[in-house]
Every structure is written in structure tokens, then in C-alpha cells.
Design a protein around this ligand. Structure first.
Ligand code: PLP
Length: 379
């Protein structure tokens, strides 16, 4: 049992460096475990500087950041929010926390992200139906930048503010500009399997000082300026702890190394899997972007194989290798059966043919070869 556990290759496990402990030590030595503190300020500065954003507020999760971001954009009961169907459920859940309804839009085949044509169709029809579309969430799935120029132009044309869910995309760039800096507000996640982690955490980024201040206010129970506990608005307990921010500071020292290694792993998979006609590694990167390659993803070619992604996943599992299906599109989830959807065939097809391979930045080339060998056996 023990040696099996030791041998297991996980999808994207945490990869700690050498300095996380220094930041934790300092916080404990200084008795600065709570509430806020120097690690939190430092981590926020690191993130703002790295993304080129004016302000950053570190929060307890990416989901909390999406929740507060939508609140800042005025989303409330009866409103609608455009959400890509092809994403993790955490992108859409906060829409419902606020009593609003998601409207799902399909992917396009090149980036797997929001399709500009379907987006225009959705916004045109929602407008014609007299719906109140308060926000649009753009996601960069698996770290691949969405078609931002088109998406932002269409959003501006319809007067809909954009929230960028860059939870999977720290370290990616679009036309030289870091993801996490597009739209009115951006969200990051430091969940355990993301490219850097604080064990759990997130951040909301913006260029508006007033929005950052309001985020801090809402994330700490919306306490009015008074010596006693005075409250005029509903608040939340969403702030990241100073201890976890210390882990984040150590992780941010290494972000460029982590991106470099994930990209190398992707390139090695691509090279070693090229001879296999039954599958292909992708999506490909356009000339004007850099994807962080958070996860390496493959698509089966049904014209060359009868194996399904689930066959592959089970075979890898027998070799003690963790692989996962792509995100199941949200328009196909029972939770969102009643939500409007525009298109959906593109992401449903990707889901039916795709698989995420182990991609952690601590993987060795030999680990990648082991996964490739297991795939060869079954194809
Ligand atoms: C991980 C993730 C989130 C949520 O982040 P948490 O920190 O886990 O709450 C949101 N959106 C996407 C696309 C994600 O992958």
C-alpha cells in the first residue's frame, strides 16, 4: 500500500519551494497570525505587480472573489450574467448566490474559450427579450487565453462589464499583457491544485482604488467606521489569513519557474505523443499568447480509435496515475438544466473526447514518459 501511494502520479499536486517556511516562521515569531498583517500586504503587492494591476485584495478563495466581484458590478436578484458553459462550476455558483441566473455560451474550437459569435448572439437575444445582463465572465481554461480582443469589444458594444476568471491562468499572457489584468475585475485562485497554492485562497484584482477598498470592507463583515460594532450593510468573512499569505509569498517567488516547467511538460508530452494518431495534444497556442499550460490536455480522434477518455483514465488509474475528464459543460449539469444556453455542441464534443494528464511542476521527464508509456499500452 505505502509504496503504491509513494508511486502515485497526481494530476496537479502542490509544489512548495524553500522560502514558504521563512514567511510562516516570521509570522509566528512576530505573533502575527491574525488578523491581517505583513504577509497579506506583501502577497497582495506581489500579485498586483506581477499582473500589472493597480490593486489586489487577497481572499479566502477564488469563488469568494467571484462572488464579491459580481456584487461590485451590481449583480442582484432577477439579473443575468453571461458565463462560458465550458468551465468549473465555481465560475457560475456565485451568480446564483446573488439571486441572478447564468446564461451559458459555447466555446470556440481554437482556444476552447468563449466563442465571440455565440456571445454576440446571446447578448443580442437577451437584449431583445428585455433581460438585464449585468456582467460577463470570461474564463481562460487550463491557462489558455480566451479571444480577449473580440470578447472585450463585444462586451463594450453592449455596455456589459467584464469579470475575468483567471483562476487557472496566472502566468499566461495575451499580446504580452499578463492575464489577471483584463476587464473591470480579475479573479485568481490559490486552491491546492492550481499553478501556485496557499492551500486555499483567492484574490480580486482591479485598477480602481475604491473597488479594492469596498472589497476589503465587504470581506470583513462590512464593519462601519465606529468604535463599537456597527453595520449598515451585509458583509462576508472572506479575507485570506496572514499565515496562508506567507505561503503565497514563497510561491510567488517561483511563479516564472513554475510556468516554465509546466510549459516544458506540455512540450514533452506533445513530442512523445506525436506518433500516436489516436490522440492529439492541445489546444495549440496562437502567436500572440503565452499559455501557462496549467494542465496538459489531450483529445481523442474517434476516427482513429474506439477507446474513450474513460477507458484511458481507468487504464492510467491501474498504473497509479491520476487523470481527469475535462470540465463537464455547465449547460449539461442538472444544477443548471433551466438556465438559457447559446450553442453547446463545441464544448460537449471537447468533453466527450478530452482528458487532463498529470501536469504538476514537480514532475520529472521520467514521470511524463511513464504516463506516455501507459497511454501507448492502451492505444
Ligand atoms: C479553481 C477555479 C475557481 C475557484 O477557485 P477556488 O479558489 O477553488 O474557489 C474558479 N474558476 C475556475 C475556472 C477555477 O478553475
Amino acid at each position: 500500500m505505502r509504496s503504491d501511494e509513494h508511486d502515485r502520479l497526481y494530476l496537479s499536486p502542490p509544489h512548495l519551494g524553500r522560502h514558504e517556511l521563512n514567511y510562516l516562521h516570521k509570522a509566528i515569531e512576530d505573533n502575527w497570525v491574525a488578523p491581517v498583517g505583513p504577509n497579506l500586504d506583501g502577497f497582495e503587492q506581489d500579485l498586483a505587480q506581477y499582473t500589472g494591476r493597480g490593486h489586489c485584495v487577497a481572499l479566502s478563495s477564488g469563488t469568494a472573489a467571484i462572488h464579491l466581484g459580481l456584487l461590485l458590478l451590481g449583480v442582484g436578484p432577477g439579473d443575468e450574467v453571461i458565463v462560458p458553459s465550458f468551465t468549473f462550476v465555481a465560475t457560475a455558483n456565485p451568480v446564483r448566490y446573488l439571486g441572478a441566473e447564468p446564461v451559458f455560451v459555447d466555446s470556440e474550437a481554437d482556444t476552447w474559450n468563449l466563442c465571440p459569435e455565440r456571445l454576440r448572439e446571446a447578448l443580442t437575444e437577451r437584449q431583445r427579450l428585455g433581460k438585464s445582463v449585468k456582467a460577463l465572465i470570461v474564463v481562460h481554461l487550463y491557462g489558455m487565453p480566451a479571444r480577449l480582443a473580440e470578447v472585450l469589444a463585444i462586451a463594450a458594444e453592449f455596455g456589459v462589464p467584464v469579470l475575468e476568471d483567471a483562476a487557472e491562468a496566472l502566468g499566461s499572457r495575451y499580446r504580452q499583457q499578463p492575464l489577471g489584468s483584463f476587464g473591470a475585475l480579475s479573479v485568481l485562485s490559490f486552491n491546492g491544485n492550481k499553478i501556485i497554492t496557499t492551500s486555499g485562497g483567492g484574490a480580486l484584482l482591479t485598477d480602481e482604488a475604491a473597488w479594492a477598498a469596498r472589497t476589503r470592507f465587504l470581506a470583513t463583515q462590512a464593519r462601519d467606521a465606529a468604535p463599537h460594532y456597527q453595520h449598515s450593510e451585509q458583509g462576508y468573512n472572506y479575507r485570506l489569513s496572514n499565515l496562508l499569505a506567507g505561503i503565497g509569498r514563497g510561491q510567488m517567488e517561483l511563479i516564472e519557474d513554475r510556468v516554465k516547467r509546466r510549459r516544458e511538460i506540455y512540450a514533452l508530452y506533445q513530442e512523445l505523443l506525436r506518433p500516436l494518431e489516436a490522440l492529439h495534444v492541445g489546444p495549440a497556442e496562437a502567436d500572440d499568447v503565452r499559455a501557462n499550460r496549467w494542465l496538459t490536455t489531450i483529445l481523442l480522434r474517434p476516427e482513429h480509435t474506439s477507446r474513450t477518455p474513460e477507458d484511458l483514465r481507468q487504464h492510467l488509474e491501474r498504473r497509479n496515475i491520476e487523470a481527469r475528464p475535462l470540465w463537464k459543460p455547465l449547460h449539461l449539469q442538472p444544477l443548471f438544466a433551466a438556465a438559457p444556453a447559446y450553442g453547446g455542441q463545441v464544448c460537449a464534443d471537447l468533453f466527450s473526447r478530452g482528458l487532463c494528464l498529470p501536469s504538476g511542476s514537480a514532475m520529472t521527464d521520467a514521470d511524463v514518459r511513464r504516463v506516455v508509456q501507459a497511454l501507448r499500452e492502451t492505444l
